[in-house]
Write a protein that binds this ligand. Structure first.
Ligand SMILES: [Zn+2]
Length: 133
């Protein structure tokens, strides 16, 4: 039983009591039932509105998910590029040095082994990358 149905049931019970509508108790109960009736109707309306809102939200949520997948796909691509790791050998101490794109952009890296500053020729590295693919 939903609230409307319960109120209807209550109305039936009250009628069964054959209350004197002019008595104080009769008036009180009749007013209480009217108020419950109004509340039940308002809740029905609100539930209907809520359904409409949920439908609207679902539509917005779907659109947002589409946008998110577009945006995050792009971000993922960028992250993959950022995480790309390179290896070179220090010409001074001949130790392998590992570095990523952010260092590549700076064009130089300090060898963690001997402290020698290595400079990159960005065009050479870009070409190497293409040959690997
Ligand atoms: Zn070195």
């Amino acid at each position: 039983m939903n609230i409307s149905e319960k109120v209807s049931y209550l109305k039936g019970l009250a009628e069964g009591l054959a209350l004197d509508a002019e008595s104080k108790e009769g008036k009180l109960i009749s007013v209480i039932i009217d108020i419950l009736d109004d509340i039940a109707l308002e809740i029905d309306d609100m539930q209907e509105e809520q359904c409409d809102l949920e439908d609207g939200l679902d539509a917005v949520s779907d659109d947002l998910a589409d946008l998110e997948s577009l945006v995050y796909e792009e971000e993922d691509d960028e992250e993959e590029e950022d995480e790309e790791c390179y290896e070179t050998v220090c010409p001074n101490c001949e130790e392998a040095i590992y570095f990523d794109d952010s260092i590549l952009e700076e064009g130089e890296v300090i060898c963690p082994n001997c402290g020698e500053k290595l400079e990159f020729d960005l065009s050479d590295l870009a070409n190497e990358e293409k040959e690997e693919e």
